[in-house]
Every structure is written in C-alpha cells, then in structure tokens.
Design a protein around this ligand. Structure first.
Ligand code: GUN
Length: 294
C-alpha cells in the first residue's frame, strides 16, 4: 500500500520560511516583495486560484496588486497594464492568469513581461535559460514537484521518469528539470502524450510517473508498474451529484485503484497544487531580492 505524500505540511513549512526571509528583506533592505496579478474573465477555476494567491500574499506580508477585469478587456489594455507594472518598482513579480480569453494573444502578453519579473517562468528567456541549465525563474508547479522530491528524499538519479503530458506549464519544464545533471534530478526522462497509440506501454515503464494531462482519473493500476512513485498534477472538476457543489476535484490518476500498486502517491486535492502557490511566493521573494542573475 502506497505512502500518501500529503503536501500541506511541506507547503506550510516553505511558507513559514518565506515569511521569515520576507521580514528579513524588509528589515535589512527596506524591500517588501510585491506581486501584481491580472485576471481577465469569469472562469471559476481561475478566480479561485487568484483568490488563493491574493490570500497567500497577505499571509506572508507581501504587497499585492490584483486587477480583475471583464471578459471584454482588450489585448491593448492588457499589454499597457503589464508595461505599467514593468516600470513599477514596488512590483517585483507579474502574473497574468491563464488561460486568457481567445481575443488576447497569450504569447504576446507573456513576452511583454520583463524576464526578471516573470515569476511564472513562462517568458522565452526564462524557458531557454532553464533548458540549458542557467539560473532562471522556474514555473511554479514543476518547481514544486522538485521541492517535494527533495524534501521527501525521493531518489531520481538514474531512475526512469515518465511524464504524461507536454504542456508548457508542466510537462515540458518538469521533463527538462529532471533531465539536468544535478541533485534531485539526473533521471532518464520519457515524455508521452495523447498521440501515443498505447499510453500504457510508456507509463508501465515508469519508476516515477508524473501525470499532467488534464484527463480525470485516466491512469489506473493497469497503467502502472509495481512500486512506482506517482506525482499527480491533475486538478479536474468532475460532476458529482452527491456533492453539495455538484462536482468534486479529481486528479489524472484513479487514486483508490493506483494506491494499492504504488510505493507512494500524491493525493488530489492536498497534493502538488499546494506546492505551486508556495513556489510562486518563493519566486516573487527571489525577484524582490534580485537573486536570479540575468
Ligand atoms: N493557469 C494554470 N496554471 C497557471 C500558472 O501556473 N500560472 C498562470 N499564470 N496561469 C495558470
């Protein structure tokens, strides 16, 4: 039976560390980390994420600036706002919540953010730096996975990590991070995705499986090798009439079925999602302290 890798305690510990270092930065240098967030539209998931990011800023003593705009907010207005934040010395991190409405070009917006304020790590300069192993902002969910691996002492050197999913936010960056010749990495990495004729053929080879496809409970025990370590990045709303809200949150892994076969597994909710916000705060603190050398 698998060890369940609850992330609440680890995320709380990281946040306490950030809070202490924030107080130190304020006392010694007079710099309070500032995070600006733009939310466009009414997607319920995005709204909940932004609320949670705002709450965490308050909790850690950060300066936060949250702009919530209607669906019809234009691309020009988004670009103009980002440029204002680029110039604002009280703002160290800029986050534009994705996905953006269809009339706004996401790439154009991301490329407007100054790389040194790009706490999401989505700007091509940060992406490129990550791939070649230079200091960079690392996207928050992959950074959280590495931090979980480090704190839980999960062996990665020479292990076969299979990443299911190829998004720019999770799949590609986590594969690149685990490939690096470094502590808590140095793995043999396979990326598989929806074009695979037989996904199981790949996932069954995994010593460590990172599920990041956005397909609710797709991975069951049939996809797994004995004693695999499973990191479930999925966060899906699935209809459930038994729940008061009419839905429940499910990962990409069928938790109950998988846990009998795995050595360890992260739950959803209560798993890596909690690490993501902690890493966003850490990136903002690093931006404020000028820790990433460009
Ligand atoms: N939407 C889903 N995940 C993320 C994230 O990590 N950053 C941003 N900006 N938007 C997201």
């Amino acid at each position: 039976m698998a060890k369940i890798l609850y992330c609440k305690e680890i995320a709380e510990t990281i946040k306490q560390e950030i809070k202490q270092n924030t107080e130190k930065l304020i006392a010694e240098k007079g710099i309070r980390p500032g995070l600006a967030i733009l939310l466009v539209g009414n997607d319920p998931g995005s709204k909940a994420y932004v609320n949670s990011k705002e709450r965490t800023c308050k909790e850690l003593g950060f300066h936060s600036l949250i702009r919530r705009e209607e669906e019809n907010f234009s691309e020009e207005e988004v670009i103009k706002l980002v440029k204002t934040w680029n110039e604002d010395d009280s703002i160290h991190g800029i986050l534009v919540q994705l996905p953006l409405p269809k009339h706004i070009n996401e790439r154009k917006v991301i490329e407007t953010i100054l790389p040194r304020k790009d706490v999401d790590g989505f700007h091509p300069e940060n992406v490129g730096r990550l791939v070649i192993g230079l200091d960079s902002f690392v996207p928050c969910t992959p950074a959280g996975i590495i931090e979980l691996i480090r704190r839980e002492k999960i062996e990665t050197k020479g292990k076969h990590v299979v990443v299911a999913g190829r998004s720019n936010i999770v799949g590609k960056p986590i594969a690149n991070l685990l490939l690096q010749k470094k502590e808590n990495a140095n793995a043999i990495v396979t990326i598989c995705h929806t074009a695979a004729k037989d996904l199981k053929q790949y996932t069954r080879q995994a010593d460590i499986l990172i599920a990041a496809m956005g397909a609710p409970e797709l991975i069951d025990s049939d996809y797994l090798k004995d004693d695999v370590v499973i990191i479930d990045v999925g966060y899906n709303r699935v209809e459930d009439k038994k729940e008061a809200k009419g839905y429940r949150i499910a990962g990409d892994v069928h938790f109950e079925d998988a846990k009998a076969k795995a050595a360890a597994i992260t739950p959803v909710p209560g798993g890596v999602g909690l690490m993501t916000i902690a890493m966003l705060m850490l990136n903002t603190l690093k931006a404020a302290a000028g820790e990433i050398q460009f």
